[in-house]
Ligand binder design. Structure first.
Ligand code: BES
Ligand code: MN
Ligand code: ZN
Length: 488
């Protein structure tokens, strides 16, 4: 999609679809014509949030979509993002090759507003068509080729254009993460993810390192290798290095769980809904999506992306409850539950990250069902060892709409993962399951660190206008936003 920002008002736009935000208690601008005035006068559109009315005016644009935004003083970037999503969904329905969106003039700064509108439009245009035949009688879908963002008087054009550029690229990264998440386990294997990383690295001049089982053995990645024992699918340890900063500058590191299918291992999961465990690599997909965007944006900072990747299946050589393995850090881990495998592969990745002497590390993982019980699908569970970093990530979550909520890491929770036979065990049981998992990871970090449990937010039913059923791409945009904020 080509997004451009230009100054103008709604009057006289020649476009297949003009999208106009409407606020509570304010009539549509008279220049929109008699149809819009009538829709308001008859009460079909009152500006309530989420309300939409499609009009076919006698002159001017082919269609006008009026979109309720709520009260004018309550507009947030998230509401503008949803406006962009609504525009994209309507454009797809109308098979419109281009559309024009009137950016509302509100307390949201033009850069943030244009960024949110662009994100919403790119995310709302997302489809996964690769794996499904189109019914013979269904017409070929029309992709939204161009979105014109119209800027009302008084809003800075340069600021808005820069915002739209960032939003478009970040959202395209997020759409990549969605596709990787939605692809089934037999397609999106560890080897496949490594191939995607090689493509990203090649396109943006990044360093790419991919370790296979033999190199993992040499590295001493006993925890990742323990998980990989149960499957014939080879594991991969993927590292992307974006060197956009000065040579000696310490990097920011993003780590994502790339578990391409989680059957639970010998501690097998119930059959019902197990197909959703193809999404267990969404943290890793978020890292790859973010690295693509970081490369495209040419971010002036050193950023490393790390994705440990394996399947978790059952087999004659699979790890068993009670087995003890030596992790990359040197610590021994008693595996009391083979379904707590995400923390095992992350332990080795977090330990590997030490060699980069990171300024800070954020990991993202579909780590625990307990996090979904705690927060549902409305927020990512966040834990960390550094209050300043935690505050930064919470703020990035607010800005991007990829909201996070901090869970406490009281020392007492650490007791739950004490082992009688090894340095640590991989499950602390059911109480506070998201937090004991966070504590497990914390045993492998020695730098400012923040953990995002995206089990409840990485995929969903697609209720928001800029989402569709399946992978959300979360936390790709949060990653990008945090890196941009750090890069200044
Ligand atoms: N990938 C799952 C977590 C998960 C479950 C994410 C459901 C999203 C939806 C993870 O590997 C897992 O199985 N965790 C266990 C941990 C337990 C054995 C300590 C869990 O949450 O039950
Ligand atoms: Mn599991
Ligand atoms: Zn898992």
């Amino acid at each position: 999609m080509n997004i451009s920002v230009r100054r103008g008002d709604a009057a006289g736009q020649q476009t297949p679809l003009l999208v106009v935000p409407i606020f509570e208690g304010a009539a549509p601008d008279a220049s929109l014509g008699a149809e819009a005035a009538a829709a308001h006068a008859r009460g079909d559109v009152r500006g309530k949030e989420g309300e939409t009315v499609l009009l076919y005016p006698a002159s001017g644009p082919e269609r006008i979509l009026l979109v309720g935004m709520g009260k004018a003083d309550s507009v947030t970037a998230e509401k503008v993002r949803r406006l962009g999503g609504t525009a994209a969904k309507q454009a797809a329905k109308a098979r419109a090759p281009n559309a024009t969106l009137l950016l509302p003039s509100t307390s949201v700064a033009p850069r943030e507003a244009a960024r949110a509108a662009a994100e919403g439009a790119v995310l709302g245009s997302y489809t996964l068509t690769e794996l499904k035949a189109r019914p013979e009688d269904a017409p070929e879908p029309v992709a939204l080729g161009t979105l014109d963002i119209l800027l009302p008087e008084g809003l800075d054009e340069g600021e808005a254009a820069e915002g739209a550029r960032v939003g478009e690229i970040a959202a395209r990264g997020e759409n990549l993460a969605r596709t990787l998440g939605n692809l089934p386990g037999n397609v999106a294997t560890p080897t496949y993810l490594a191939g995607v990383a090689e493509r990203i690295g090649g396109e943006h001049g990044m360093g790419v390192t991919v370790l296979g089982p033999a190199e993992m053995e040499t590295e001493g990645m006993g925890a990742l290798l323990a998980v990989a024992r149960g499957t014939d699918e080879e594991p991969r340890f993927i590292v992307l290095e974006h060197r956009g900063g000065a040579e000696g500058d310490r990097p920011l590191v993003l780590v994502g769980k790339g578990l391409t299918f989680d059957a639970g291992g010998i501690s097998i999961k119930p059959a019902l809904g197990m197909e959703e465990m193809k999404f267990d690599m969404c943290g890793g997909a978020g890292v790859l999506g973010a690295m693509q965007a970081i490369g495209e944006l040419g971010v002036k900072a050193n950023v490393i992306g790390i994705v440990p990747s394996s399947e978790n299946l059952l087999g004659g050589r699979a790890m068993k409850p009670g087995d003890i393995f030596r992790a990359h850090s040197g610590k021994t881990i008693e595996v009391v539950n083979t379904d707590a495998e995400g923390r095992l592969i992350l332990a080795d990745a977090l330990s590997y990250a030490r060699r980069f002497e990171p300024l800070a590390v954020i990991d993202a993982a579909t780590l625990t069902g307990a996090c979904v019980i705690a927060l549902g699908h409305q927020a990512t569970g966040l834990m960390g060892n550094d209050p300043a970093l935690v505050a930064e990530v919470l703020a990035a979550g607010e800005r991007t709409g990829e909201r996070c909520w901090e869970l406490p890491m009281f020392d007492e929770y650490r007791e739950q993962i004490r082992s009688d036979y090894a340095d640590i065990k991989n499950s602390g049981g059911r109480p506070a399951g998201a937090i004991s998992a966070g504590w497990f990871l914390r045993e492998f970090v020695s730098y400012p660190w923040c953990h995002l449990d995206v089990a409840g937010t990485a995929w969903g039913d697609g209720k928001l206008s800029y989402q569709v059923k399946g992978a959300t791409g979360n936390p790709t945009r949060l990653f990008v936003d945090w890196v941009l904020a750090r890069a200044g």
